[in-house]
Design a protein around this ligand. Structure first.
Ligand code: PBG
Length: 329
């Protein structure tokens, strides 16, 4: 007891603090989300995500080379689909020459060693802004799964290393794994968004991709029939264990900061790597507060990513990845 034990001895200098520090952030922790758009010479800032951009394919190599030189070796690709290619079937998502498929090839042609993960969900391709096929005011589970599996296969054929289904349909991991196996893509991995909540923190992302659910009669106005209720904890474990049984190589919790209890639960219960997605709203919140001079950007950013890793994340998908790595270099 005190005074024999004084906890402050281990905090007296930076040297001792760093010697006993439990959680260290490195470039290896990060997966970098990238937004891609059609066009030439496009690098447009997303209004609700200051400092984050959409790139056209001709400018993508510049960004990919920079990430690689910073030690960031994994990307997660998202595409903004032109309105005239959106429908209620996800047809364009299967186009072998579609934007996503060309983006995968562009990254691989630029830095072949870069790990490429792709978002698999119909929302950017949906006229209704839903992750699946809509019929009679419902998002139809099994019809959606069939398209998602074809979409994942198409990404694998284009060269994706991992596909990342973000839709929360039941059974989609099994459908995707089965088709990939049938077609010989044994080494293509699946990172499942297994505990994805119906969060209000996705707003800026939906701006980035113009993918928000539309406000129309007979169209569900939110994603609450497939994404999880933020009030639920035990359900996250059920979802995650099912995805692992169905063939997920990596599982994910999303969003990050508000869900770190879930991250810890899952980290302790599973034997696969756990990813956490620090989402667009979490990024926007800090950028806005920092711009007002209300929060110290770099310190809060480091505290946040450290907390995510401390909670149990092996992988952090974050829009702050570049900022963090530049800071700690
Ligand atoms: C699409 C998808 C979303 C995000 C990742 N994939 C949006 C949503 O589910 O509405 C959100 C990412 C973010 O907010 O940064 N299925």
């Amino acid at each position: 007891m005190y005074p024999i034990r004084r906890n402050r001895r281990l905090r007296t200098s930076e040297a001792i603090r760093s010697l006993v520090r439990e959680t260290i952030i490195t470039p290896n922790d990060f997966l970098v989300p990238i937004f891609i758009v059609e066009g030439k010479g496009v690098k447009e800032e997303i209004a609700s995500m200051p400092g984050y951009y959409r790139y056209s394919l001709d400018l993508l190599p510049v960004e990919i080379k920079e990430l690689w030189s910073l030690g960031l070796k994994s990307v997660l690709l998202f595409v903004k689909v032109p309105d005239n290619l959106k429908d209620n079937t996800g047809k364009e998502a299967l186009n072998a020459n579609g934007l996503m498929q060309r983006a995968i090839q562009t990254v691989k042609n630029t830095v072949p060693e870069m790990l490429v993960m792709t978002d698999v969900a119909l929302d950017p391709y949906s006229v209704f802004g839903h992750d699946g096929i809509v019929s009679e005011a419902k998002v139809i589970n099994d019809d959606t799964n069939a398209v998602l599996a074809e979409m994942a296969l198409s990404h694998a054929k284009a060269g994706a290393d991992f596909v990342a289904p973000s839709d929360m349909m039941d059974g989609r991991i099994f459908e995707i794994r089965s088709l990939l196996e049938d077609e010989g893509f044994h080494d293509t991995g699946i990172m499942s968004y297994s505990a994805k909540y119906a969060s209000a923190f996705y707003g800026p992302f939906r701006d980035a991709l113009d993918s928000a659910p539309v406000d129309k009669k007979d169209i569900p106005k939110d994603k609450k029939t497939y994404q999880m209720d933020p009030a639920n904890r035990r359900e996250a474990l059920k979802e995650t264990l099912m995805d692992i049984d169905e063939g997920a190589d990596i599982v994910m919790v999303k969003p990050g900061l508000c869900y770190l209890d879930i991250v810890r639960d899952i980290r302790e219960a599973v034997d696969v790597p756990v990813a956490v997605y620090q989402v667009s709203g979490e990024y926007a919140m800090l950028k806005a507060a920092a711009a007002k001079g209300w929060l110290e950007h770099d310190a809060v950013m480091m505290e946040q990513v450290t907390a995510i890793k401390r909670a149990g994340a092996h992988i952090i998908a974050s829009y702050f990845a570049k900022d963090v790595v530049k800071l700690i270099q």
